[in-house]
Design a protein around this ligand. Structure first.
Ligand SMILES: [Zn+2]
Length: 545
């Protein structure tokens, strides 16, 4: 960069190359909230090195200490880039200043759960007016995106702060900031000194991880991250049979039927809203295991002797692939999770639920086991994703995935009252030390957990109607349904990890996703013959769906 006028072109190049949202802002494609058939450009907040804006704004001693250690890490990275210690320290201070200003202008994760707060569609003129000092034409042209005229600027206030920053920062400071983020985004793929320094802060200090994972595990994870559907095709051929896909589809249909039955009988919802909810339920698309059409990685040049180059080329391919969706017809078959992933998701814009083949493996779904644990576990997951379409966030989108209010005012109030019961319940649980669950952040997941297992129970009862499942291993079928559910939460966290997640994770810790859920189900109380007054019996049970 010779002058600040070079920033838009340099930034577009760095965004393409790194795919990182850490360089001043995030620029990506997504469905138009108002018209889900269209893909438009999304200009979002970003620009941070720490995982959330709260890391910069919280004022307690632990947060201050973590910021000091982060600044020391940024300084050491500048030294690895060749700067002298005193210069590196000054540069780290400047990075902290810029990131703190951007963090202060960003919405919190809890605020971001409200899609209305994130939808500000504007034309190119509107975007330019927010940041008059930044040449968007050059930025877009360099990113390969000429003639765009529809943008969702998710957080306009953030862009006003960006403009203030760009005006007040000198050329040298901007270069310092960009050097840090370019190094940060690539550190895991550079020489050992960078890999180890990066791990020392982002692994050991931030999450309490005692040692770097072995090289082969990092390599497998990287292939999954960058060429996930190529890996997934092989994974599916070995670990996901057509029979298994059929069985899961069967389970999904039963769970949808359970949701339909629930909706029809629901006391707190008016007929008008029920009709819309049923319409949305009917429209949900079930994607199971893997995509129908595999992604073509043909243009990615993979060379045996060029690791960092491979990472960069695969990153560039992914950045271009995402941006190329802007202005094109929506591909409803696309997945945003790779097949080997041990997870599932609901997408409110697509109105689809997606179960990666990786989450349909033992000990979660086990074809050698009987229905009780399989419905408890996988049924619970299916029900969880389905319920996301009707949680505090998903309920704002209609059957086609448009942001549209289909609730009567009275029904919305009734929903909020029921959700509040869960918010109040989870707010009492301690994550670590003096940190309680931020249950406004975890509200959607907690609602989905409860709704999901209630539906799974109904589906299991429908599947086994007329049959007489037997006890095994000293547990009744009903007990094994709950034991099966809890299997996914066999996990252990270090205190540092719990602290970081308290700020970033929309899920409650696994312990409460099991114990906090089952105390709301009378079926659990019966299955384990719990008595009133015992810890696993809650007097005022919550129930949304
Ligand atoms: Zn979820």
């Amino acid at each position: 960069m010779k002058s600040k006028r070079d920033l838009p072109a340099v930034l577009a190049g760095l965004h393409l190359a790194t795919g990182s949202s850490g360089l001043f802002f995030d620029f990506d494609s997504n469905q138009d909230y108002a018209d889900a058939t269209q893909v438009i450009a999304f200009a979002g907040s970003g620009g941070l090195g720490l995982p959330d804006r709260d890391f910069y704004t919280k004022d307690d001693d632990k947060s201050k200490e973590l910021r000091a250690r982060y600044a020391a890490h940024v300084g050491r990275m500048f030294e690895l880039l060749g700067d002298r210690p005193d210069a590196a320290r000054r540069e780290a201070g400047k990075v902290m200043e810029i990131e703190s200003a951007l963090a202060g202008a960003s919405l919190t994760r809890t605020q971001r759960r409200d899609p209305y707060k994130l939808f500000h569609k504007m034309d190119a003129g509107g975007l330019k007016a927010l940041t008059p000092g930044f040449d968007w034409d050059v930025y877009l042209k360099t990113a390969g995106l000429s003639r765009l005229n529809a943008f969702n600027v998710t957080e306009p206030e953030f862009y006003k702060e960006l403009d203030r920053q760009w005006r007040s920062l000198g050329l040298a400071d901007i270069k310092t900031y960009l050097r840090w983020h370019a190094a940060h985004a690539t550190a895991p793929f550079l020489s050992s000194a960078f890999v180890n320094e990066n791990f020392d802060f982002f692994g050991r200090t931030l999450y309490g991880v005692p040692e770097l994972r072995p090289r082969w595990k990092r390599c497998v994870a990287l292939v999954d991250a960058q060429l996930g559907e190529a890996l997934g095709e092989e994974f599916v051929s070995r670990a996901f049979s057509p029979e298994l896909k059929q069985k899961i589809l069967h389970m999904t249909k039963q769970i949808e039927q359970a949701m339909r039955d629930e909706l029809v009988d629901l006391e707190w919802m008016s007929a008008a809203t029920k009709q819309k909810a049923l319409e949305k339920l009917r429209a949900i698309v079930n994607k199971i295991g893997y995509p129908d059409k595999w992604r073509d990685y043909g243009p990615v040049d993979v060379r045996r002797d060029d690791f960092a180059g491979n990472v960069a080329r695969a990153g560039l391919f992914e950045s271009r692939r995402r941006l190329a969706k802007i202005g094109k017809p929506l591909d409803r078959g696309e997945w945003s999770m790779t097949p080997p992933t041990v997870n599932a998701y609901y997408n409110a814009h697509m109105n689809d639920i997606n179960f990666a083949a990786g989450v349909l493996q033992p000990p979660l779904y086990d074809p050698k086991m009987d229905d009780a644990p399989n419905y408890g576990n996988t049924g619970g997951t299916i029900g969880h994703e389905l319920t996301h379409g009707f949680d505090d966030e998903g309920r704002h989108f209609d059957a086609q995935g448009n942001l549209k209010d289909w609730w009567t005012e009275k029904d919305a109030r009734a929903f909020n009252d029921r959700a509040q019961c869960i918010v109040d319940q989870y707010a009492q649980y301690t994550i670590v030390d003096d940190i309680k669950i931020n249950s406004r952040l975890t509200e959607g997941e907690d609602i989905a957990d409860l709704g999901g297992l209630v539906l799974a129970w109904m589906a299991w009862k429908a599947e086994t109607a007329g049959a007489k499942p037997e006890s095994r291993d000293g547990f009744t079928p009903e007990q094994r349904f709950f034991v099966g559910y809890a299997q996914w939460a066999c996990e252990n966290h270090r205190p540092e990890d719990l602290r970081a997640r308290a700020l970033t994770d929309a899920h409650s810790p696994g312990k409460y996703r099991v114990n906090g859920l089952v105390v709301n189900m009378p079926e659990f109380e019966q299955a384990f013959s719990c008595k009133a007054g015992q810890p696993m019996v809650r007097e005022n049970r919550c129930r949304v769906w």
